[in-house]
Design a protein around this ligand. Sequence first.
Ligand SMILES: [Zn+2]
Length: 297
Amino acid sequence: MMEPWQWDESVWRGKVEKIRAGRSLKPKAWKNGARCAVALSFDSDHESNELRDGGESIGRMSQGQYGNRVGIPRILKTLADNDIKATFFVPAVVGLLYPDEQRRVVAEGHEIGLHGWIHELNTKVPPENERDLHFRAADTLEKITGVRPVGMRTPSWDFSSVTLKIQRELGLLYDSSLMADDDPYEIVENGEPTGIVELPVEWIRDDAVYFNMNRFTALRPYMAPSGVLDIFRREFDRAYEEGGLFLLTMHPHVIGYRSRISILEELIRHIRGHDDVWFATHADIAAYAAEGLRDGK
Ligand SMILES: [Zn+2]
């Protein structure tokens, strides 16, 4: 086994160039001349975080159920009060556990995207099984909601060496799991443009990293809600200044609590205080950005 310092240039270059950010798909202006696009997403993981680890903790299952029972209704109310459409990424097993939740999300005008089968880590699944799980997940969500998902957020943003190939086979419009830019870009595989739009994420714009807790390790939330709101607000402010995309990842069992839902409410109020902001689902933003691929705009 060679050490990385012994690798030939072709080895390290090959690893880096496997999947890259290609051309930027940041438009000159967003829909209807908007200056900034805002994409709010909620990863409805619920009990699947515990299930994918093979766990059976009753306590953590109950925390997952909180996501469905309290988090989702509270989030849907906030979105409805503000007339905002958002995207929910749902593991297929969560779809099967809570089909009514998914149908309600779609009925209220939101998008549902792929988020694995049971929140499995793609890099831990053999390639042939990974393909089967993503296809089964797409079929399952379509059967529940009547709408076939057009986008994927890989569980834990864990992207395997075959994930992109499977996304292309599924004919997806976009992925939202990679981090090479603030604004949308086209994913390039081994130098070849794929036509798939990346709507980039970052841990900075994810509620879970600030609030996750594990009773038996040193992992503890260390930030006040106001501190998290401050980071999200700064990310939006600069996106607005630059005419870019502000994309935020949240979780019903993280942001849905009484002390935290106000982060989302205050953030929306702050964003609403700006002219020319386009709130849209990931699918709508990806479709708009993809027009740049066709028109060269
Ligand atoms: Zn997730």
